[in-house]
Design a protein around this ligand. Structure first.
Ligand SMILES: Cc1cc2nc3c(=O)[nH]c(=O)nc-3n(C[C@H](O)[C@H](O)[C@H](O)COP(=O)(O)OP(=O)(O)OC[C@H]3O[C@@H](n4cnc5c(N)ncnc54)[C@H](O)[C@@H]3O)c2cc1C
Length: 547
């Protein structure tokens, strides 16, 4: 089957939804991917980079599921390493090692959206020092050449100078180790754009309603544009189900009797002002009251704290509960010398962690932290589990399975280990200074644009010069130009897309996002010629989302 090659996208690296839809309607594909989170967009990118024709449909917005709601760490997982040691679990060791390798890849291919971050583990008991130092040295060792910096013990005064908000009484010292940190939703849309640049056809707001079969084999899907209601059939040699917590729903479209593969636990985070963390260091609270770890991280000039973790039903719009918020604040207060109250919480959110049991494994009760690829008897490939950090490896394994199953050609091997994501190829931190000089932005705006858009920041700057230079909110560096850019080049279609995922205002400061809703809806309305009713509907949805 021959898929489209979108020359415009190859030249400009943009993702125009209308062009993508036209291609979706008029072609058949080697692979159809269902789900536009980290996993699905990663699969689309990998497949396109091998020269396969690939389509991806996402029923909501890119990253609107779990992939915009993570802790934003690119990590091997110190907690998983602890489990590996405690249970002599070789597969967990491999998982941590693979993730540490992927950490290095992601920092390399998306330097604008990610950075290494030192974290302090504060220790109030001398007996804990050898335990955590040995564990984190093992973490370094497993990373091998991909290690960022050596972990080390620091005395109490250095721990306090690195993280001054810590309670000094009884502090013995800390262990400093390194992981990566990133902007998950922007990374998600950037992977989608890079896939489109490689020739993938990708559309948000297109839902799979049912699967199509030919001779007992899954050969595509009936889909619906959720913005217009249009339905059509999309043919593909292989279908990949990458719908995270919703994987079982798609599996049951294939086989109504399919065994349950997914369960989910919900994880909540809160955001506090930037003054609650130093700009360049995070904190790992190693042991909460119920034996979890809790991270307190500087993120986009704010402080992110999370996560809780408890079993929960699978739902489309999970929210952090007051209990979640109280739990997190309780732990922050335990470690903090500065007071923190409920009023300091600027935003909160919750996400569903897809936990997978392999339906073909002997022990299906055993939940895996690794990813699982399941192929049904009619050829539906389901990829689930894993974590954000390992999306590229998950995609690599999935596309290899799809190639084998569908006897697909492909003109190259996967390029994703070295292919820079859009904005990353010519990114340099120094470009912020150039943006300030050439376009007259203040330092805060210039630095934000440089990090969010990398070497594409100038395109946003030019839009700002065309009359969109005002901030969306006086306390935050997001510009009106970003709304226009998101609509034209990043397939944003609703105010929530812009405020929650193209910018991160809604994840940082819900009151500010709420205040920005009318102006964003006005700008999108002008861009898309909305009727008065359409704009009012969009505003109402956004206000409900951030309210
Ligand atoms: C609280 C929390 C914190 C985390 N922190 C980290 C971290 O710091 N680092 C890390 O590496 N990992 C982290 N993870 C794990 C990571 O976020 C997930 O593994 C990853 O985001 C899963 O991505 P996904 O694409 O599989 O699922 P999702 O992002 O949920 O994407 C699935 C998509 O499928 C779409 N979909 C569903 N049904 C249909 C349909 N019928 N048609 C079309 N589309 C459909 C949904 O709308 C959704 O967008 C965290 C997870 C949680 C819950």
């Amino acid at each position: 089957m021959v898929g489209p090659k979108n020359k415009l996208l190859e030249v400009e690296g943009r993702m125009n939804r209308e062009e993508q839809l036209a291609s979706l309607r008029s072609h058949s594909f080697d692979i159809l991917v269902i789900g536009g989170g980290a996993t699905g967009t990663g699969v689309a990118l990998d497949a396109a980079s091998r020269g396969l024709s690939v389509a991806l449909v996402e029923r909501d917005d890119f990253g609107s599921g779990t992939s915009s709601r993570s802790t934003k760490l690119i990590h091997g997982g110190v907690r998983y390493l602890e489990q590996a040691v405690k249970h002599f679990d070789r597969s967990q060791f491999n998982l941590v090692r693979d993730a540490l390798h992927e950490r290095a890849v992601l920092l390399r291919i998306a330097p604008h959206l990610s950075r290494p971050l030192p974290l302090v583990t504060p220790l109030y008991n001398w007996l804990e020092v050898p335990y955590y130092l040995t564990g984190l040295k093992l973490y370094d060792w497993l990373a091998g050449k991909a290690n960022l910096h050596a972990s080390r013990f620091v005395d109490a005064s250095e721990a306090l100078s690195r993280f001054p908000m810590l309670k000094p009484e009884g502090l013995r010292g800390g262990v400093i180790y390194y992981d990566g940190q990133f902007d998950d939703a922007r990374m998600n849309v950037t992977i989608a754009r890079t896939a489109a640049q490689q020739g993938a056809v990708i559309a948000n707001y297109v839902e799979v309603l049912s699967l199509l079969k030919e001779g007992g084999r899954v050969r595509g899907a009936q889909v619906r544009d959720t913005l217009t209601g249009d339905r059509w059939d999309l043919a593909a040699t292989v279908v990949v189900n990458a719908t995270g917590p919703f994987s079982d729903t798609i599996r049951r479209m294939d086989d109504a009797q399919a065994a349950t593969m997914l369960s989910s636990s919900s994880g909540a985070h809160i955001v506090l002002a930037g003054r609650f963390s130093p700009p360049g260091t995070g904190l790992l609270i190693p042991q909460t009251e119920d034996g979890r770890v809790l991270f307190l991280l500087p993120w986009l000039e704010h402080t992110l704290v999370g996560t809780t973790d408890h079993p929960s039903p699978i739902e489309r719009h999970p929210r952090a509960t007051e209990n979640d918020i109280a739990y997190i604040l309780r732990h922050v207060r335990k470690y903090f010398a500065v007071p923190v109250s409920r009023d300091d919480v600027l935003a909160s959110w919750s996400g569903l962690r897809p936990l997978v049991s392999d339906p073909t494994a002997a022990d299906t009760a055993k939940l895996s932290r690794d990813h699982v690829i399941n192929i049904s008897s009619s050829g539906l490939i389901t990829i689930a589990g894993g974590k954000w950090t390992t999306y590229r490896k998950m995609a690599l394994d999935t596309v290899s399975e799809a190639q084998r199953l569908g006897q697909l050609g492909g003109s190259r091997t996967s390029q994703t280990a070295t292919l820079p994501l859009v904005g990353g190829a010519n990114y340099t931190p120094a470009a912020a200074g150039m943006l300030q000089e050439r376009f007259g932005f203040d330092a805060e705006v210039a630095s934000h644009l440089n990090q969010a858009y990398g070497d594409q920041a100038e395109e946003v700057a030019v839009l700002a010069g065309d009359g969109y230079s005002r901030r969306l909110h006086p306390h935050h560096p997001y510009l009106e130009a970003e709304v226009i850019y998101a609509a034209r080049h990043e397939a944003a279609r609703r105010t929530v897309d812009v405020l929650a995922r193209r910018t991160r205002l809604g994840f940082l400061d819900q009151a500010a996002a709420l205040a920005a809703v009318p102006r964003v809806a006005e700008l999108l309305g002008e861009e898309f010629n909305w009727s008065v009713e359409q704009r009012a509907g969009d505003e109402t949805d956004a206000k409900a989302y951030f309210g």
